[in-house]
Design a binder for this molecule. Structure first.
Ligand SMILES: [Zn+2]
Length: 422
């Protein structure tokens, strides 16, 4: 054997993992039509009829791609490419949307996963099984929870939740499941103990990749998030007869607090972000001084300590403003999610997948929460981002060119190949 053949023998076989770009584009289009609203966005909350139709459609596409299809107790839908061992590598994302959501958030991770498994199937039987999953819920747009699908997979759903979690109409999540022939008593059976890895492809939902002309985002970590509830209590009075200096105006105080949230965050500077996204004003009439305002505040920073400082400063400011404006304010934490560091081994696998395609990329922190955030605490997890046009997401304008989607799917296929076949 001469030197050149020795080198050739050591080289990995070049693998052709060409994604069916037409199929991916068609599926994004068709899935985006399920739950489409007249306003242009999509509404597909968990256990709605649109959600049911979308999961049925995805199951059909998985089957057409030659995968073994099944659904678990909570309605996560899986397409399986069986390997020669009992362990499983999982890819996928969520199928539910926010109200007025776009076609790519969540959906792309599922559809790219189906295309990746379609080409991998041509490579023969993998050593580890690979599954693509349509996770049933991530966005908490119907129930005040989140990650319902991935929590079921990780065995993190409390037995009381099916009865206790209720939507705005008062329907318990267990009842919503039963209406779609899913048995809440079986939720524990969705717990998976065979997972060795999770990879999620997702749209960036921010402007960085597009602005820097990078084709792929190699996600290193997911931002830390706190959701605060600030309740401001004043006194209802006649809007016409109560002099300005005798009011205890919860609306005015809440407006000052909201302004201070933005000012404090702006002063701290990027990458800190904070949003006062929900206001509930009572009694809620133009001729009554507001007596009660509830604000929901979303605070994010990649650095946990910096986020905590900002949260503390917001709390102090709220109390200071309340005192100054003769109202009272109660600040509580509704959710507190620490940052997630993605698995360095998985980041390496994805990086090699990007290099196999010769694509431009950058390391990135996700400013949005994802199923990967939760998965990463239990299973080695990696995330692939593709660009979002103008950084827009959670709106009908959400868009990623198909070429970018295809590149992401190819990186996913390469990553899964290294994990499952080598
Ligand atoms: Zn998402």
């Amino acid at each position: 054997m001469d030197a050149s053949t020795a080198v050739a023998a050591d080289m990995p076989e070049p693998i052709d993992l060409r994604i069916d770009s037409d199929s991916l584009a068609r599926h994004v289009e068709s899935l985006g039509a399920i739950g489409a609203q007249a306003s242009g966005g999509i509404l597909r909350p968990v256990y709605s009829l649109a959600w049911r139709d979308a999961t049925a459609q995805v199951a059909e596409w998985m089957s057409n791609a030659g995968l073994d299809v099944y659904r678990d107790a909570v309605g996560n839908v899986f397409g399986r490419l069986a390997g020669s061992s009992d362990v499983t590598i999982l890819t996928g994302s969520h199928i539910d949307t926010v109200p007025g959501g776009g076609r790519y958030d969540g959906a792309l991770g599922i559809l790219a996963g189906i295309e990746a498994l379609r080409v991998l199937r041509e490579c023969g039987r993998p050593k580890q099984s690979i599954e693509v999953v349509a996770l049933c819920e991530e966005e908490h747009s119907r129930y005040d929870t989140g990650f319902w699908g991935s929590r079921a997979i990780l065995g993190l759903i409390d037995p009381q939740e099916p009865d206790n979690l209720r939507d705005q109409q008062g329907v318990p999540i267990g009842e919503a499941m039963s209406q779609l022939t899913l048995d809440p008593a079986q939720i524990a059976s969705a717990h998976r103990r065979d997972l060795t890895a999770f990879i999620e492809l997702h749209v960036e939902q921010g402007p960085t990749l597009e602005a820097e002309h990078k084709q792929i985002g190699l996600v290193q970590s997911i931002v830390s998030l706190s959701m605060l509830r600030i309740v401001v209590l004043g006194r209802a009075d006649h809007a016409g007869t109560t002099p300005m200096n005798e009011r205890s105006d919860a609306g005015y105080a809440a407006a000052c607090i909201a302004r201070e949230v933005v000012d404090l965050t702006t002063r701290l500077g990027a990458p800190a972000v904070a949003t006062v996204g929900a206001w509930r004003v009572s009694p809620g009439a133009s001729n009554i001084v507001p007596s009660h305002v509830e604000l929901l505040v979303d605070v994010r920073h990649p650095d946990e300590a910096a986020k905590r400082q900002l949260v503390a400063a917001i709390g102090e400011a709220a109390h200071g403003i309340a005192k100054r404006t003769s109202v009272s304010a109660v600040v509580s934490t509704r959710a507190d999610i620490p940052p997630a560091r993605l698995d360095p081994g998985m980041v390496g696998v994805i990086e090699r997948g990007i290099q196999a395609g010769g694509y431009s990329y950058r390391e990135i922190t996700s400013g949005a929460g994802h199923d990967s955030q939760l998965m990463s605490r239990h299973v080695p997890t990696g995330m692939i981002f593709v660009p979002s046009a103008s950084g827009r997401s959670h709106c009908s304008e959400e868009f990623t060119p198909n070429d970018d989607c295809v590149r992401g799917a190819e990186v996913l296929a390469h990553s899964l190949y290294e994990l499952a076949y080598e």
